[in-house]
Design a protein around this ligand. Structure first.
Ligand code: CUA
Length: 319
């Protein structure tokens, strides 16, 4: 069961000890200088107090050695913090290539989770222990933030774009999940649980549906059905007269735009192309695609993207 909320939550991911080490280093340096500076002030206050109302202190002309010392030591310390922090940030910002992808949609006031194997859940996230997990997240309304204190990961979840977060759980158990961005009346109630399971138990959980439910459609299958139902195939499928770019092999490739720019195709670009097709028109195509803004939910868009990714071998790793 969930333990009572602690000031310093237990460490349950590979990132947690690294984050804590940097935090404690900063805390240690801060405490050291607080004691040194406040202590010095108090000692000097007493030691150099004015003993005689007519006393004139001797003039001080500065000390080059002292000035260099108190410039160089802080410089070295902040450089250590900078490089340490930058390295940790780079680790957090770049999910490992073999991470399991899970889609997350935040809305007032719940977390909706979609596993690639089909299983869906609300306000609960089941993951296996010892496997890196990457979350692809967006919001249906306002900004939320996906915060798991035991993993030391917190990431804003922003409408209109995808953000990612990743972690590798090191201990089976149940952990707090919070929304960490004020998002309206029930913000404080937008909480859930992350359930870390042994890999075998996790596989069994993935296969088991909710009691009595039909086998869940995978996002790829759901996306394929949408692709037909929304008429995407009339322009984007092989033999459709190629009025739109072909989608096989598209994910992770570089596309050129009419205006001369280019981009590597990732989830964010695919989402934009569905919602605002004219924003970055691929060179050689007419601006004939209608917008699907308002016609598709964020989950639908994620399903379409899952389908488009599945058309690229290797599962379309995010570049
Ligand atoms: Cu969602 Cu605060």
């Amino acid at each position: 069961m969930l333990t009572r909320l602690q000031l310093f939550p237990e460490q349950a991911s590979t990132l947690a000890p690294q984050t804590d080490a940097l935090f404690l280093f900063l805390l240690g340096i801060t405490a050291f200088f607080v004691v040194l500076i406040a202590g010095s002030i108090n000692v000097f206050m007493v030691y150099y107090r004015r003993r005689d109302p007519h006393a004139i202190p001797p003039p001080i002309h500065g000390s080059l050695a002292l000035e260099i010392l108190w410039s160089v030591i802080p410089f070295i310390l902040v450089m250590i913090v900078f490089f340490w922090g930058a390295r940790l940030y780079a680790t957090i910002a770049r999910p490992p290539d073999d991470a399991i992808n899970i889609d997350v949609v935040g809305k007032q006031w719940m977390w909706k989770i979609q596993h690639m194997e089909g299983r869906r859940e609300i306000n609960e996230l089941h993951i296996p222990v010892g496997k890196p997990v990457k979350l692809t997240m967006t919001s249906e309304d306002v900004i939320h933030a996906f915060f798991v204190p035991a993993f030391r990961t917190k990431q804003d979840v922003v409408p209109g774009r995808y953000t990612t977060s990743w972690f590798e759980a090191t201990k089976a158990g149940t952990y707090h999940l919070f929304c960490a961005e004020y998002c309206g009346t029930i913000h404080s109630g937008m909480i859930g649980r992350v359930i870390v399971m042994e890999p075998a138990a996790f596989q069994a959980w993935l296969q088991s549906g909710e009691a009595g439910a039909l086998p869940a459609l995978t996002p790829v299958a759901a996306g394929q059905a949408l692709f037909q139902a929304q008429g995407c195939s009339s322009c984007h499928a092989a033999g459709s007269g190629q009025r739109g770019p072909m989608l096989a092999g598209l994910f992770g490739s570089t596309v050129r735009f009419e205006d001369g720019g280019s981009t590597v195709v990732d989830e964010t670009y695919l989402r934009e192309s569905i919602v605002r097709p004219q924003a970055h028109l691929v060179a050689g195509y007419q601006a004939i695609m209608p917008t699907y803004q308002g016609l598709l939910s964020e989950e639908n868009i994620m399903q379409l993207i899952a389908y488009i990714k599945s058309l690229t071998p290797e599962g379309g790793k995010t570049p």
